[in-house]
Design a protein around this ligand. Structure first.
Ligand SMILES: N[C@@H](CCC(=O)N[C@@H](CS)C(=O)NCC(=O)O)C(=O)O
Length: 190
C-alpha cells in the first residue's frame, strides 16, 4: 500500500496521523514543481494529493481514502454528526486553500470581492461551530475528526493564515494534541 502526498498538505497529514500504527509506503512529491507534477499526473488526472494505491485500486481524495481504508482496516465508526464535522473541517480547509491560491496568483484576498467574501464568511462561520463542538467534547477521542481538526489548526498556524486567539477551546485542543503519535514526525516545518 502506497500513499502519495506532500509534507505541507493537511489533507495528507491527517491520513499519515490516522495510519500512524500501520505499515505502508509514503511517497512525498513537490506537487508544484515540474518533476512532482509529472509524477502526480501518472497517478491522478485530478492532480491533487493525497492518492492511495492499494494493489489494483487507486483511490483519490482524503475522505474517500479514509472510507476505503476504514472499511478495510475496520478501525472506527463515525456518527452522522461526526461526518458533518468532517465536512465542515474540509470546507474551511478548502476555503483557506482558495485564499492561498489567490495570494499566490497576486490577487489581493482582503478585497471586497465575491470569491474572497464567500471564503471569509465560510471560515468565520465554520471556525465558530468547531469551537463550540470542541467545547462540547466532540474531539475528545483521537479519531479521524480530531486528527483532521488538529491538522487544519496546525496548518493555519504554519501558513500564518488566521489568528486563532478568539477560539480558546481550539487552541487548547491543538496544544493537547501535540503529544499524539506521529505529530512531531509529520510537522511541516521540519
Ligand atoms: N478534497 C481533497 C482536497 C485535496 C487538496 O486540495 N490537496 C491540495 C494539497 S493541500 C492539492 O493537491 N492541490 C493541488 C491543486 O489544487 O492543484 C482531499 O480531501 O483530498
Amino acid at each position: 500500500m502506497k500513499l502519495i502526498g506532500s509534507k505541507p498538505s493537511p489533507y495528507v497529514r491527517r491520513l499519515r496521523l490516522w495510519l500512524a500504527a500501520e505499515d505502508y509506503d509514503y511517497v512525498q512529491l513537490d506537487i508544484l514543481g515540474p518533476e512532482g507534477r509529472e509524477a502526480l499526473r501518472q497517478h491522478t488526472p485530478a492532480m491533487k494529493i493525497p492518492v492511495l494505491i492499494d494493489s489494483e485500486h487507486t483511490v483519490y481524495d482524503s475522505r474517500v481514502i479514509y472510507e476505503y481504508l476504514n472499511q478495510k482496516l475496520k478501525k472506527e465508526r463515525l456518527s452522522w454528526e461526526q461526518q458533518n464535522t468532517l465536512t465542515l473541517i474540509d470546507a474551511v480547509n478548502d476555503s483557506f486553500v482558495i485564499m492561498i491560491m489567490m495570494d499566490r496568483s497576486c490577487i489581493d484576498n482582503s478585497q471586497d470581492i465575491l470569491i474572497a467574501n464567500l471564503q471569509r464568511d465560510r471560515i468565520e462561520q465554520t471556525l465558530s461551530i468547531l469551537e463550540q463542538k470542541c467545547q462540547g467534547g466532540e474531539f475528545s477521542q483521537w479519531q479521524y475528526p480530531a486528527i483532521c481538526l488538529y491538522c487544519l489548526l496546525d496548518w493555519i498556524e504554519f501558513r500564518e493564515l488566521y489568528e486563532l486567539g478568539a477560539y480558546p477551546a481550539l487552541q487548547a485542543f491543538k496544544q493537547a494534541s501535540e503529544a499524539q503519535p506521529m505529530v512531531n514526525d509529520t510537522d511541516p516545518r521540519v
